[in-house]
Design a protein around this ligand. Structure first.
Ligand code: NAD
Length: 427
């Protein structure tokens, strides 16, 4: 039967198109029905807002911001809000799309969302930042709510901004609503363990990977690119709690290497006293970021930025396991080379999902106004990460594919099940 051409959907942008390809690769492998494929290829809602902010000098500037909900099939949308001069709709929509699969692969009752404001927050005073945050949140409030869409911090946004968001929403609706955003300060409805959650998740899945590959994580050598929130907690937990030996770490200022292993606690102290960078750490020798990525180690943890491992670097990577702490650290070309070499890659949507999982715990605690202690949080996080790593690994075996495709398959099947059960309203 000839297909009726009823609608032509305009492409959103090149990044979003790449994200659609990743989805289609997995969708085709499992023979996902055409109707669901068509539906899930596009974001459900896109809101663009232009809004005024009064600067300290009395001038009004107009900013542009976005909130995108890719899918709410499994629950309210979940995803961060970033402030950055390069924010654009293509990026926000792609990040919302990835959040759908990240939440689904962890089996969280959330869909995917993301937001952003095109602004360089370093150029704003504290009061200007607060005014911008409050006005932006008011503008997108028609899409937001504890049962609709629950934002969180992302690049250049933090717990103070989340507190302003929560207060703004609460003032507008006339009732305190802690569950409207996550990543809040612990003394204002935030959760214990959120800061360390992504790094902890990275260490947990690295341990699982060692298990299935028959490697001992005790004494395994580790290199970590990026020593911020994700990298430093991953390094600390994998060494202190799992007995691995972190031999190299890097950040924006370059890398350091000590074949005997680094004392991470000591290095964190050094970083905090040294303007936030590790350059000059006396108990190690300096190396470049490229050298770090190609060191002869068992486990490599890219936890800095996207596209860190390109085809050129991939050829020289010697690690047996890569745990993607960052979002999108491996280019498509690099991944092909690494898979051919037999490198075991734990994909970002699984490896760095510890953060969104503890955000989910925060939301649950806010809704019940009953807060858990750190042991509870850690136990629950470990249980969920181990379980979903297992699901993804089982799927990898079943389809004889790589871990990234397997993670997408697990996620797509879960979202597709929700779509099938909910149907296409109105029928
Ligand atoms: P962060 O800002 O705390 O740390 C980033 C680190 O990367 C810093 O140490 C910085 O110096 C380093 N870095 C920057 N450019 C670099 C370069 N060219 N070479 C080497 N190092 C460089 O950020 P973060 O929260 O740790 O996030 C890191 C990555 O993890 C990002 O891709 C982020 O999207 C992702 N992620 C973070 C979370 C979370 O909960 N924080 C959750 C999921 C994914």
């Amino acid at each position: 039967m000839e297909e009726r051409q009823l609608a032509k959907l305009e492409p959103i942008g090149p990044l979003y198109e790449m994200a659609q390809h990743q989805f289609l690769k997995a969708a085709e492998l499992i023979g996902l029905e055409e109707n669901i494929k068509r539906f899930l290829l596009w974001p459900q809602r896109i809101l663009t807002v232009h809004f005024p902010v009064m600067m300290d000098d009395g001038e009004v500037h107009v900013f542009v911001g976005y909130r995108v909900q890719h899918s709410t099939a499994r629950g309210p949308a979940k995803g961060g809000i970033r402030y950055h001069p390069n924010v654009n709709l293509d990026e926000v929509a792609s990040l919302a799309f990835w959040m759908t699969w990240k939440c689904a692969v962890m089996n969280l009752p959330f869909g995917g969302g993301k937001g952003g404001v095109k602004v360089d927050p370093k150029k704003l005073s504290e009061r200007e930042l607060e005014r911008l945050s409050r006005r932006f949140f008011s503008e997108i409030q028609i899409m937001i709510g504890p049962n609709r869409d629950i934002p969180a911090p992302d690049v250049n946004t933090n717990s103070q901004i989340m507190a302003w968001f929560m207060d703004t929403y609460s003032m507008n609706v006339g009732a305190t609503s802690l569950g409207v955003v996550t990543g809040k300060p612990v003394d204002l409805g935030g959760s214990e363990g959120r800061n360390e959650a992504t790094g902890r998740g990275v260490a947990i899945v690295a341990n699982e990977a060692c298990d299935v590959l028959g490697m001992d994580i005790k004494g395994a050598t580790v290199a970590v690119q990026g020593f911020g929130n994700v990298g430093s907690f991953a390094a600390k937990i994998i060494s202190e709690e799992y007995g691995a030996k972190v031999v190299a770490v890097s950040d924006i200022s370059g890398g350091i290497y000590n074949p005997e292993g680094l004392d991470i606690e000591d290095l964190i102290r050094y970083r905090d006293e040294n303007g936030g960078i590790i350059k000059g750490y006396p108990k190690a020798q300096p190396i470049t970021n490229e050298e770090l990525l190609t060191l002869d180690v068992d486990i490599l943890i890219p936890a800095a930025l996207e596209n860190a491992i390109n085809a050129e670097i991939a050829k020289d990577v010697k690690a047996k396991i890569i745990v993607e702490g960052a979002n999108g650290p491996t280019t498509e070309e690099a991944e092909k080379i690494l898979l051919e070499k037999g490198v075991f890659i734990i994909p970002d949507i699984l490896a760095n999902a510890g953060g969104v999982t503890v955000s989910y715990f925060e939301w649950v605690q806010d809704l019940q106004s009953f807060f858990w202690d750190i042991d509870d949080i850690r136990k629950k996080l470990k249980k969920m990460m181990v379980r979903e790593f297992g699901e993804v690994y089982k799927t990898k075996k079943k389809y004889d594919t790589d871990m990234r495709t397997a993670a997408y398959i697990v996620a797509i099947e879960r979202v597709a099940t929700a779509v099938r059960r909910r149907g296409y309203y109105p029928m």
